[in-house]
Design a protein around this ligand. Structure first.
Ligand SMILES: Cc1ncc(COP(=O)(O)O)c(C=O)c1O
Length: 172
């Protein structure tokens, strides 16, 4: 083996060890070894469980999704590379088969407001902002607007945070 081949192939990354890491390791590889191209094809096609390309999924994001799902008591979770990607994906998914109408909290992260006003509104989605601290008033807005989804955020740097301190997220 020449030095270039060694540099690529030496090391323990293909060796299944008996060691179990104490914390979940971060997988930085973009692709994975399989026994055959046929198996890789099955994995990429979703016919067989496994990872084929990091941007689709990988063990690190899989672990994060599993953890968030357990913490939130949900059915599934999807990890995204950024907060705005997560918001965009969540809103698009929510509106897939519902009214193209949103009721949104009137105090949110600026880029979220921008996403609603500069991306969703021009795409034909109606957006109505409402306070989320007065639950009776919020219920009335939702009853009137019949939105496809309700958007609100809680975050340490969101101006809505102080509101959340006074509003029970689960009640809202
Ligand atoms: C409440 C809230 N929403 C959305 C974002 C956007 O997240 P990102 O910068 O990862 O796209 C942030 C970022 O700080 C945030 O605090």
């Amino acid at each position: 083996m020449n030095i270039h081949t060694k540099a690529v192939h030496s090391g323990d990354r293909k060796r299944a060890g008996g060691h179990v890491p104490v914390t979940t390791p971060i997988h930085t590889a973009t692709s994975y070894f399989y026994q055959s191209m046929e198996q890789l094809d099955r994995v990429c096609g979703g016919w067989e469980q496994g990872y084929c390309y990091a941007r689709h999924d990988n063990p690190s994001t899989g672990a994060l999704e599993e953890l968030m799902c357990a913490l939130e008591g949900g059915d599934a979770a999807l990890a995204c590379a950024s907060g705005m990607a997560a918001l965009h994906t969540a809103i698009l998914s929510a509106l897939t088969d519902r009214r193209r109408s949103i009721v949104a909290a009137d105090a949110m992260y600026g880029a979220t407001v921008g996403l609603l006003m500069n991306v969703f509104e021009p795409a034909g989605v109606s957006v109505r902002f409402a306070g989320i601290c007065d639950l009776k008033a919020l219920r009335a807005v939702v009853a009137e607007a019949q939105p496809g989804c309700i958007v609100m955020e809680s975050s340490h740097c969101s101006p809505a945070r102080s509101n959340w301190a006074r509003t029970s997220a689960s009640t809202a």
